[in-house]
Design a protein around this ligand. Structure first.
Ligand code: GDP
Ligand code: CA
Length: 322
């Protein structure tokens, strides 16, 4: 298609981000998609750097993902974790053996002085990911959650406690001093379309937007910027988002998610089941696409990716004409 975007940037977390990334890569020419990935969930285990969202993106985009879980490597074993548990180490973070290989390699390269962007780029290439995966920053940024037990680190809350302690507030430690990744900024500058994946806005997208340089670059980009809802009929497809938003007094509507991206998006994609929310979004000056936004498998993700691209291309035409 003549007007099809050539450089698409997507802002993303793990599972929802990876599904949308897979859909877009299947609908786009090779090399057209760059994904700016959340690093707020990153954590050290046994001295190894684990980057869950980056890894979910790479595993999905290289067909290695355990599709039933949505994370981890398909058919992975847990022999290393079993030994760690036998040795008395905490073993609540489910790291598989193949997964450990990537964490060892990344930590080895970090210790040698390489940056996370360079390391991630090489991992994506060597493992065969079909899109560029760009960490939001090479610097440290960590999501923390305020619960009745005080401030908690992300992984002990998310995995260790299965998101159970209600969240009263969030903060993104390090975001003030973290430098936006130059590769991510370059991708935004070259983009003719920016997509906010249907990721958790509070846990996946806002840590990225908390880096001032990235927020500024998106806020001032003169290209269509489109959000996709992670909520369908007031429920998350997976994960704690609806409960978190309720607990924080943010409601559970798709429009409530769009509101989080105020000033950063021109259009929003929500589910046909939530089409009644369109009017409110249109009244706020957003374009709206109401369609089936559940990605049941890669072919279905491709269907949504193609619909989004066709709609965005149409928007680009309108924008160019006005
Ligand atoms: P995480 O980092 O692994 O937690 O994943 P993300 O933040 O990228 O994505 C989590 C969000 O993805 C959840 O809020 C889900 O509701 C959403 N999600 C998962 N699968 C789908 C899907 O097929 N369609 C849509 N629209 N959202 C999805
Ligand atoms: Ca995540």
């Amino acid at each position: 298609m003549a007007n099809w975007p050539r450089h698409v940037v997507m802002i993303a977390g793990g599972v929802g981000g990876a599904r949308m990334a897979e859909g877009l890569t299947r609908a786009l020419p090779e090399g057209a998609l760059s994904v700016i990935a959340n690093i707020g969930d990153d954590e050290e285990f046994y001295g190894l750097r684990v980057c869950p969202d980056i890894d979910t993106l790479i595993y999905t985009l290289s067909d290695r993902i355990d599709r039933k879980q949505g994370w981890g490597v398909a058919d992975d074993t847990v022999k290393a974790l079993d030994i760690l548990a036998t040795l008395g180490a905490p073993a609540w973070m489910k790291l598989g053996d193949a997964d450990f290989g990537l964490h060892i390699w990344r930590s080895w390269r970090l210790a040698a002085g390489d940056g996370l962007t360079e390391i991630t780029r090489e991992a994506a290439r060597r493992l065969g990911a079909r899109a560029a995966v760009l960490p939001a920053s090479d610097d440290r940024l960590r999501t923390k959650l305020l619960t009745q037990e005080g401030w908690m680190d992300f992984q002990p809350w998310f995995v260790g406690r299965r998101c159970e302690p209600p969240v009263r507030a969030l903060r993104y430690d390090g975001a003030d001093s973290a430098a936006a990744s130059p590769a991510a900024l370059a991708a935004i500058a070259a983009a003719d379309l920016i997509v906010f994946a249907p990721s958790n806005p509070l846990l996946s997208i806002e840590p990225i937007l908390a880096i001032a340089g990235l927020r500024q670059a998106i806020a001032t980009a003169h290209v269509p910027r489109i959000g996709v809802s992670p909520l369908i009929g007031g429920k998350a497809v997976k994960g704690p988002l609806a409960r978190m938003m309720t607990g924080l007094g943010l409601g559970t509507s798709a429009a409530g998610v769009a509101e989080r991206y105020h000033g950063l998006i021109d259009g929003f994609v929500l589910d046909a089941a939530d089409a009644h929310e369109s009017e409110a979004l249109l009244a706020r000056g957003l374009s709206v696409l109401a369609t089936d936004i559940l990605m049941r498998d890669p072919a279905d993700a491709q269907r949504l990716g193609a619909e989004l691209l066709a709609w965005a291309s149409h928007g680009r035409k309108r924008k160019a004409a006005s």
